[in-house]
Write a protein that binds this ligand. Structure first.
Ligand SMILES: [Fe+2]
Length: 250
């Protein structure tokens, strides 16, 4: 498999490039609108074009690059069916694997950060790789205090779906704010300060409830943008308008 972990610094988002070496079929998981040019340049250097842009959830902290990628390359947009976004081409459900050439991506319904969040599990030559979205981060997890989030639901998603995976499963999160890149299920089971080391549900909910996080800076325009698969909403701040100009230039 051809694999790249790409970083967008403004929202500290990781975009993942996966490509089947047998067929050249290629996907980007969670692309960001600010880094579409960068992603296309890297793909070109690899001699690839994107076939799919796949979302883990409807993001509140950045606008997805999905729509711009589709306009510029003709790739298909994929994401959780439960999001009910008509602008997507493929609607993913747990139990219905998605094929990227000979690679098989298994959607895992993992609500809690949002109520329709999905992670994706890939078996790469016998080594499981989990794209955990915002459900499980490195020694952290996605926030649960807005956008249909629920701490108890997230606890069950992580325990029932993620911690049931083999300890050696490589975990690739959607974000890290300290430039860490990867963790494993075994490591999070032991070290995650919020719900590792067998912390009970009540303690996790108390930790999440007491976090007192600031209102997300971009949510008012990122959510409508992402509900349009990465369109530019009317309330985009002036400093972001250049993204739409690129969009229109196509
Ligand atoms: Fe998120």
């Amino acid at each position: 498999m051809i694999f790249r972990q790409l970083f967008e610094p403004e929202s500290s988002t990781y975009t993942y490039l996966l490509s089947c070496p047998d067929t050249g079929v290629t996907a980007l998981i969670d692309p960001v609108i600010e880094t579409v040019d960068r992603d296309l340049r890297i793909l070109q250097e690899l001699g690839l074009r994107p076939d799919f842009a796949i979302e883990t959830h409807i993001h509140a902290d950045h606008i997805t690059g999905g729509l711009m990628l589709r306009e510029r390359t003709g790739c298909k947009l994929a994401g959780p069916a439960l999001d009910e976004l008509p602008c997507r081409d493929l609607h993913l459900r747990e139990g219905e694997p998605m094929r990227i050439g000979n690679l098989v991506l298994n959607p895992l319904f993992t609500p809690g950060h949002t109520d329709t969040h999905h992670a994706y599990l890939l078996d790469h030559a016998g080594l499981p790789m989990l794209f955990s979205g915002d459900a499980l981060l490195i020694e952290a997890c996605g926030r649960t205090d807005f956008q249909s989030g629920d701490a108890a639901t997230l606890y069950h998603s992580i325990h029932d779906k993620f911690f049931a995976l083999p300890d050696e499963t490589l975990v690739y999160p959607a974000h890290d704010y300290e430039h860490r890149r990867i963790t494993t299920i075994g490591q999070e089971k032991l070290r995650n300060p919020r719900l590792g080391n067998d912390r009970p549900l009540e303690e996790f909910v108390r930790i999440m409830d007491s976090m007192d996080l600031p209102y997300p800076k971009k949510i008012d325009w990122a959510l409508p943008g992402n509900e349009g698969c990465g369109s530019c909403p009317d309330n985009l701040p002036p400093e972001k308008e250049r993204l739409c100009e690129i969009d229109r230039q196509g």
